[in-house]
Design a protein around this ligand. Structure first.
Ligand SMILES: [Zn+2]
Length: 268
């Protein structure tokens, strides 16, 4: 047996530069405080209206996908909304992608939004695919080309999104630009549609079914559809009254600008 590892025979002096022990006597709770994260979002976020989505049951059979495209329950988009609640959230990233089409310009980029775990009323805020989020405080400017048709929607010109304010409504009559004036030629009704004042409507060629083409620039509240949650469930354990308790953490949601809100049958 090797005998060359002897106990030290000398007591070494304590150094005057000793540092405190690396481990504290009591290990502090390292968990994230869910409430403070929620409060941060609440204090820095913008107001969204969250509408929960459910698939529309207006079909004859499940097996043949026979949903009525002119369905009035869901406006033809296949999902109906229930349970509207306010919630404050923060845009984390916003893509700059835009999509142009002949009849308008739609920003259809995706964005990531962070929401607290709870609604302001204390109930759990959950998000799922096809839920809708609307920003009611910051309208955006959109444009559309419409052909006037007095037979559609009772003569009311319906835009894809309910109109908040009208910027300009203009048409070309014999190669001359003619503007329609709000209050004189039309009003914006409670549903956010253009209601024409009798005798001031754009022209309509009934035999050829051709209406005057209108360029309409307006402001409307942006709507987003929830694509997915970035993480299925975010849970941490937190000390509450000395007990480790599992609590929800704020959540990240991937959203996409909605660009087909009105029913297809309302488009002229
Ligand atoms: Zn439906």
């Amino acid at each position: 047996m090797a005998t060359n590892s002897k106990k030290p025979s000398q007591i070494y002096p304590a150094s005057s530069t000793s540092v405190p022990p690396f481990m504290p006597n009591q290990i502090i709770d390292p968990s994230i405080r869910g409430e403070s994260f929620d409060q941060l979002i609440q204090n820095r976020g913008i107001r969204f209206i969250h509408k929960r989505a459910a698939p529309c049951p207006n079909m004859e059979k499940l097996t043949d996908n026979s949903h009525n495209p002119l369905c009035a329950i869901c406006n033809g988009n296949g999902f109906l909304y229930y349970c509207e609640k306010e919630i404050w959230g923060i845009f984390v990233s916003n893509s700059l992608e835009k999509n142009f089409e002949q009849q308008g310009m739609w920003e259809i980029g995706t964005a990531v939004v962070t929401f607290p775990a709870l609604y302001p009323d204390g109930t759990v805020a959950e998000f799922n695919t096809y839920d809708q989020l609307e920003i009611d405080d910051f309208p955006v400017r959109l444009w559309e080309l419409k052909e006037y048709d007095p037979s559609e929607n009772g003569g009311v010109t319906r835009m894809r999104y309910p109109v908040d304010t009208i910027d300009v409504v203009t048409s070309a009559q014999n190669n001359v630009r003619v503007d329609f004036v709000e209050g004189t030629d039309f009003t914006v009704n409670v549903d956010g549609n253009l209601a024409w004042i009798a005798g001031r409507e754009p022209s309509y060629d009934a035999p050829n079914e051709k209406g005057e083409v209108l360029s309409i620039v307006y402001h409307a509240n942006p709507r987003y559809n929830v694509l997915q949650q970035m993480r299925e469930l975010r849970i941490t354990q937190q000390l509450i009254d000395g007990q480790k308790t599992a609590i929800r953490l704020p959540q990240q949601i991937l959203v996409k600008r909605d660009f087909l809100f009105n029913p297809p049958n309302s488009e002229s």
